[in-house]
Structures are given as C-alpha cells and as structure tokens.
Design a protein around this ligand. Structure first.
Ligand code: NCD
Length: 300
C-alpha cells in the first residue's frame, strides 16, 4: 500500500499559522538560542532564491538551515536563467526537478510565493514578497517582544505599539499588524499622509503626540524602491518629524525595534541606536533562532 503524501507546509503569511503553532515555533526558537549545531535537517536540501536585495534575511535563513545540518544551495539570481529570460514557471519546474526539501523565496512581486507553491511539491517559505508579507520578520519581532515582556505572550495584550514610517509600502508592517493584533496589541500607525494605507486602525501624523503612551516603537525604512516617483519633500524633512531621537523617547521604558536596514538619523538617531532600549541587534539574533524553528516546522 502506498503511504499517503502529506501536503507540504508552506509559510507565506503569518495568518497561515494558528496561535498554538506560533507559540510552539517561538518556544522552539528559544531552545535554539543556545546556538548549538544540530542535525535535525541532515540530508535535506534547502534552496534560497532571492530576486530582491537582502543582507539580514538571506544570511539569517542560510545560517539557520546550516545550524540544523541542512545543505543550502543559494541560487544567484543575477547569474540564473531567469536573468536570461527563462519564465518563472520554467525556473520553478527546474527547481522542483532537483527535489529540494524547501525553497525560500524573496521577490518584488506580491504573491510570488503563491505562484511558486502551485508549481512545486516542497514547502515554500516567503522571505518577503513586494509590499505584501514578511512572515519570519514578524515572528522574530514577536519573539523580541515576548522576551521583553517577561517571556510571556499574554503580557502583550493591551500593550501599544507605534509603527512609524512608510507603512503603505511595507511588508514588515503588514505582517506585524496581522500578527501583533492577534496577540492583543494595540497598533497605532504613525506616518505622513502619503505613507499611510487605508485602515481601520488608529493613525496619526504626529509622532510626538503618541510618544508618551506607547510601549514599543517600530520604525521602518522609506521603501524608495517601491515608489514610482518621489512622493515626499525630502528625507531630511521626513526625519525632522519621524526620526526617533532621545528627545522623543524621553524617560520612557518603551523599546525601539527596526527590521533593518536602518537609515541612520532618518529612521533612528545615532544616540538611540546606542541606547539600551534599542533592540535592533537582538532582533537579528532572534531572526536566526526563529528561522531555525520555522525550517523545522516546514520541513523536518
Ligand atoms: C525588510 C525587508 O526587506 O522587507 N528588511 C528585512 O527583511 N530585514 C525591511 C526593509 O527592507 O526596509
């Protein structure tokens, strides 16, 4: 008798995961904070294919896969056949024929992972698609918040987070709004009008007005690559209102998050980056551990 084949477990957006799956991924990620090498994905092959630039996400996924003993093949998109005019469908069919155990994709088009998923038989993990979703970034942000609030996700309920910047074009904002709202956080969107999406959430153009009431600031980079034309005066003008400075933080205990890359002195001021309330490098460390747990969840 043939053994039934289970459907591959993809991670394309945070809503693919139930609350209990999220909790167990975060618990597993915390086990992986010991940074030990494991053999959980020994003999598995993981392909990374990034059609958009990345420093953190690509290296974080590759370190995570290697730390679990997997073989990692990075497809260099600039040298791949896609750059020679091969269609995405043919690239996908060829990748699938190599029988990988998972493919991690980043693409400028929202929904690229859904298309790939329909063409292959292994799990697809979304490393960021256009302005749509970046699920592992939101999960690592959630882990950083859990650790800050006494290692208990229940403590997030009722806490206020200001997401600041180019929210309309940000997959990080989208994924965090979905995920953090599910854990009961109140999300306030802080941006100039041209960076605000249509929303039912509370919004403001005035960062100073909400600075004293929030528990977390999440600053975002201006996504210039997703603008068809310059839609703001200058980054300097933007910074004068939205850059997180020590003066804006004042004596609050609120923490500062940013997915990187940080535009220094535009998103976050140099002095805040040095302040102990700034958790940007903890987010990077948590990223590796969360991606280990996600890889295990999708392909062990
Ligand atoms: C983000 C991304 O690429 O979506 N960065 C990241 O993954 N660390 C945010 C950004 O590019 O601004």
């Amino acid at each position: 008798m043939q053994t039934p084949t289970l459907a591959p477990k993809h991670l394309l957006r945070t809503s693919d995961l139930s609350l209990s799956q999220i909790e167990s991924i975060l618990n597993k990620a915390q086990v992986y904070k010991d940074m030990q090498h494991r053999e959980i994905l020994k003999n598995k092959t993981i392909i990374t294919i990034f059609f958009e630039n990345s420093t953190r996400t690509l290296s974080s996924f590759e370190i995570a896969a290697k730390r679990l003993g997997a073989d990692v093949i990075r497809l260099d998109v600039s040298k791949s056949s896609t750059a020679k005019g091969e269609s995405m469908s043919d690239t996908a069919a060829n990748l699938n024929a190599m029988k990988p155990n998972a493919i991690i994709i980043r693409h400028k088009n929202a929904g690229a992972g859904y298309y790939l998923k329909s063409q292959v038989s292994c799990p697809i993990i979304n490393g960021g698609d256009g302005a749509h979703a970046h699920p592992t970034q939101a999960l690592l942000d959630l882990l950083t918040l859990k650790e800050h609030f006494d290692n208990d996700l229940h403590n997030l309920k009722g806490k206020k987070i200001a997401i600041i910047g180019d929210i309309k074009n940000s997959r990080v904002a989208n994924s965090n709004i979905e995920l953090l709202s599910r854990f009961g956080m109140e999300v306030i969107l802080v941006a100039p009008p041209h960076f605000l999406p249509p929303t039912t959430l509370r919004t403001t153009h005035n960062l100073r007005e909400i600075a004293k009431e929030v528990d977390v600031f999440m600053s975002l980079r201006t996504q210039t690559e997703r603008h068809d034309k310059q839609i703001y005066g200058s980054l300097k003008d933007y910074a004068s209102q939205y850059c997180l400075t020590l003066e804006i933080l004042g004596d609050t205990n609120a923490i500062v998050l940013h997915p990187g890359p940080v535009h220094r002195n535009i998103d976050i001021d140099d002095e805040v980056l040095k302040d102990s309330r700034c958790k940007v490098l903890e987010q990077v460390t948590n990223g590796v551990c969360v991606r280990m747990a996600v890889l295990e969840f999708c392909c062990a």
